[in-house]
Design a protein around this ligand. Structure first.
Ligand SMILES: Cc1cc2nc3c(=O)[nH]c(=O)nc-3n(C[C@H](O)[C@H](O)[C@H](O)COP(=O)(O)OP(=O)(O)OC[C@H]3O[C@@H](n4cnc5c(N)ncnc54)[C@H](O)[C@@H]3O)c2cc1C
Length: 417
């Protein structure tokens, strides 16, 4: 079988964000031919909080791209300051990233995505098509996916064939829609906005999370970018917005003008550029991740951490896990097109094993964070009681630590003097 340009690819990866580039690079590194179309031209902006965790650092290291990060403006993240609705605060260190003296970076997504994209562009086994929007899926008589169709920057329609299609096209995934998969329900999606501000006083190497009224279980964040600029944003569950809560952009402006702990630090602050928003599909919704001839990765697969809103680490990791399963399936089933769901099932198993347990625990934390009094109790006690502070340190360090926070026993202990 041949595509309109006369070639059959091992894999077509729709979308060249972190999930797509990770998948494309790991597949291409195994010697397989990859087509990587993206509707944008790089470098391109991506609305994000720009926090780059230890998990993301690990995959960048595996791709031999970690050393590229420091060539761009970036910040160092050592810990987190958390502010309760009643104004108490606690600062705790994050666990250090493997092989590093700190926990993570802050770096603009335009730059991170450019690092990944340039690596894909330079790879001999990857053909990149910028400005190509995937609009349809090619299917065989059984409905299995065997390629994509769409239009390029010149508006010309084109189709390409492959043994597997990877939907890496983000929160509004066209591939997911074309597969007729249900979108993530609103109670599993954050609506979030962010802007870049200069001149905020008191920035450190800790990220800041403000659990403020009208936002819970979401939060307002201030993420210092290391150059006197901070990424400042708000995320609110889309289901809460539907119930009439204020839009995150309104909450952000209100807080900067009036919130006692925030407004005083913004007296000299200036918004650099505009406020922009996008949605965050959480892993609390379990989405089908593979089928006959296709897999979904990153936001297209709804894999964002439901408590922190961190999605880049799981995007990079899911891209890698998909690539491992696809490389295996391509070599074990020579000539088979499209690859069967059975041969791709290892990908979903890996997501279940390596990513879901953390997302499930984070979902429990997210549900607890809806309760103002629990946040006040927890952060208030942690500010004065070393044992309570340690519970928060452990919460960020491991799944076991997260489970401790979910235990009613923990709250009983906190209530004791
Ligand atoms: C306000 C906000 C703050 C966030 N903060 C953080 C944070 O601090 N840290 C963190 O880790 N995560 C954060 N996230 C989540 C993070 O941005 C996502 O999880 C991450 O971008 C997912 O990567 P991805 O590759 O799956 O998708 P994307 O980064 O969205 O990439 C998808 C790519 O697909 C392309 N595409 C889309 N449709 C098509 C099509 N039809 N055809 C071809 N190409 C297409 C797009 O152009 C894009 O390049 C935040 C999200 C938001 C909205």
């Amino acid at each position: 079988m041949e595509s309109t340009d006369g070639k059959t690819y091992g894999a077509i990866v729709a979308g060249a964000g972190p999930a797509g580039c990770s998948a494309a690079l790991f597949i291409a590194n195994a010697g397989n031919a990859v087509l990587l179309p993206d509707k944008s031209h790089f470098p391109r902006e991506k609305v994000c909080g720009d926090a780059f965790s230890g998990k993301s650092i690990g995959v960048m290291r595996e791709l031999a791209l970690l050393s590229e990060i420091v060539k761009f403006p970036h910040g160092i993240v050592r810990g987190v300051s958390m502010f309760s609705p009643n104004g108490r605060s606690i600062t705790v260190p994050f666990p250090k990233a493997e092989g590093m003296d700190f926990a993570g970076y802050t770096i603009r997504r335009k730059d991170v995505d450019s690092i990944l994209f340039q690596a894909a562009l330079a790879h001999k086994n990857i053909e990149v098509v910028q400005g190509f929007q995937v609009q349809g899926l090619l299917k065989d008589e059984s409905g299995a996916v065997m390629g994509v169709e769409g239009s390029g920057a010149d508006g010309k329609k084109q189709s390409f064939q492959s043994r597997v299609v990877i939907g890496a096209d983000g929160a509004a995934s066209a591939v997911s829609r074309l597969l007729k998969l249900p979108p993530s329900p609103v109670e599993h999606v954050y609506s979030a906005v962010r802007g870049y501000y200069s001149g905020i006083s008191g920035l450190t190497e800790n990220i800041e999370l403000y659990f403020i009224d009208g936002v819970l279980p979401g939060y307002l964040w201030i993420f210092p970018m290391g150059n006197g600029i901070a990424n400042v944003g708000v995320g609110i569950l889309s289901s809460d917005l539907q119930k009439g809560r204020k839009h995150p952009a309104v909450v952000l402006k209100d807080a900067i003008a009036n919130h006692p702990a925030i407004s005083s630090r913004f007296k000299e602050a200036k918004l650099e550029g505009g406020i922009a928003g996008w949605s965050i599909p959480n892993g609390s919704f379990r989405k089908q991740c593979h089928g006959n001839g296709w897999v979904l990765v990153g936001d297209a697969a709804s894999l964002v951490d439901p408590f922190s809103g961190e999605g880049v680490g799981n995007a990079l990791s899911s891209g890698k896990f998909a690539a491992m399963a696809i490389n295996r399936a391509l070599s074990q089933n020579p000539g088979t097109m499209p690859l069967s769901a059975d041969s791709l099932a290892g990908y979903s198993k890996e997501v279940d094993l390596k990513l879901r347990p953390e997302m499930e625990n984070s979902y429990k934390l997210q549900r607890l964070s809806r309760f103002r009094f629990l946040l006040n109790l927890f952060i208030g006690k942690a500010a004065s009681k070393p044992q309570a502070r340690q519970i928060i340190v452990d919460m960020f360090a491991s799944d076991e630590g997260k489970k401790k926070v979910e235990s009613p026993l923990t709250y009983l202990r906190l209530l004791l003097p």
